[in-house]
Ligand binder design. Structure first.
Ligand SMILES: NC(=O)C1=CN([C@@H]2O[C@H](COP(=O)(O)OP(=O)(O)OC[C@H]3O[C@@H](n4cnc5c(N)ncnc54)[C@H](O)[C@@H]3O)[C@@H](O)[C@H]2O)C=CC1
Ligand SMILES: O=C(CO)COP(=O)(O)O
Length: 330
């Protein structure tokens, strides 16, 4: 089966390299110069240096060429590019199944990726999400990882698993697309919070407490939006939360670490050079939580630091100073 990977950032490039172990893969980027460099160098110097392309990996700037004959399309743009990419696929008359790996809620609409897809894709095309604990650099190196393929149509999810599973990248199927997308989106907000806590040297106890209560926020949000609470116990929930909040390869965690050093948000984002989905997603999660009447104190604190110039030290005393209550995991 030919696979088209749309979006040549760190993650799209890593997935294209990995899946080329077993399939013929075409990697698409909207950036003409970047495509020329990748074709000349045989690697993606800008977004994923030190990861040479295998021979089965082609690179193109033409979306039509990328999807021509593809049995499966994988969208790996940032969340901000998902709608536009789906529109372009519809304009080209695409009928191949689509998976996305974008982690977040759409800025301005609060929509999850599958809700954006409902608006932009013909109803008959199979679709789902790939998510879970997976740093691009490690996957590109061929280190072992496990991720989830989620689709409302469990048969489609299982089919993708059968087609793409390898001994290096192990795939699990799930029918809880809402839960998987919420885990993917909210864990990035929690990773920013963990970066702040670690940047302030609050200690390992504080980080464990923060992540446990962060997981409770993720579960509460998930249940309120119709997802399954047990999904938060899986790869796309606690698995990705653990990785992103504690692993120094995470861009979202780095946002928190840099904020704790006193950089403002603009400075932080310039310093990263990659997307940090937790930043726009934090605002959308908080807005949605307020509409649903759900208490998400850690998300609220992250928003205050990101968008309201509240000092990082103040949010810690705010969080610790709330009235005591019964511990609830959801
Ligand atoms: N890097 C990682 O380890 C992982 C990333 N992800 C998710 O994958 C998505 C992409 O992340 P990365 O590749 O790491 O980002 P990145 O910051 O490394 O690269 C972003 C890429 O997307 C392209 N892009 C930006 N806007 C676009 C648009 N509107 N249309 C088409 N292309 C566009 C940029 O040109 C660039 O090539 C994010 O949602 C991220 O949360 C998920 C799992 C792992
Ligand atoms: O989603 C990721 C790992 O699963 C990558 O996280 P960052 O975007 O924070 O680097």
């Amino acid at each position: 089966m030919k696979l088209a990977v749309l979006g040549a950032g760190a993650w799209g490039t890593a997935l294209a390299i990995r899946f080329a172990d077993r399939q013929s893969v075409t990697l698409w980027s909207r950036e003409v110069d970047q495509v020329a460099h990748m074709q000349k160098d045989g690697l993606n110097e800008r977004y994923l240096p030190n990861a040479p392309f295998p021979p089965q990996l082609a690179v193109t700037h033409s979306l039509a060429d990328a999807i021509d004959g593809a049995g499966l399309i994988l969208i790996v743009t940032p969340m901000s590019g998902l709608r536009g990419t789906l529109k372009s696929l519809a304009e080209l008359g695409n009928s191949a199944p689509v998976l996305w790996a974008c982690k977040g809620l759409e800025a301005g609409t609060m929509l999850l990726p599958h809700q954006v897809a409902e608006q932009e894709m013909p109803a008959h095309i199979a679709r789902g999400m790939l998510s879970g604990p997976s740093f691009a650099q490690e996957v590109a190196k061929g280190l072992p990882a496990a991720v989830t393929i989620a689709a409302s149509d469990a048969t489609f999810a299982q089919q993708v698993v059968n087609d793409l599973n390898t001994n290096i990248l192990r795939l699990y199927a799930s029918d809880d697309i809402v839960g998987v997308e919420i885990g993917a989106a909210v864990k990035n907000v929690m990773a920013i919070a963990a970066g702040v806590a670690d940047g302030l040297n609050l200690g390992l106890n504080a980080r464990a407490a923060l992540l446990t209560r962060g997981l409770a926020e993720m579960a509460r949000f998930c249940v309120a939006l119709g997802g399954k609470p047990e999904t938060m116990m899986g790869l796309a929930g606690i698995g990705d939360l653990m990785l992103t909040a504690t692993g120094d390869l995470s861009r979202n965690r780095r946002v928190g670490l840099l904020l704790a050093q006193g950089l403002d948000l603009d400075g932080v984002l310039k310093n990263l050079g990659h997307v940090a989905e937790g930043v726009p997603t934090a605002r959308e999660v908080l807005r949605q939580a307020q509409e649903l009447g759900i208490d998400m104190p850690i998300t609220r604190s992250v928003c205050q630091v990101l968008f309201e110039n509240v000092a990082v030290s103040d949010i810690i005393s705010d969080l610790m100073g709330r009235s005591p209550k019964m511990e609830a995991a959801v």
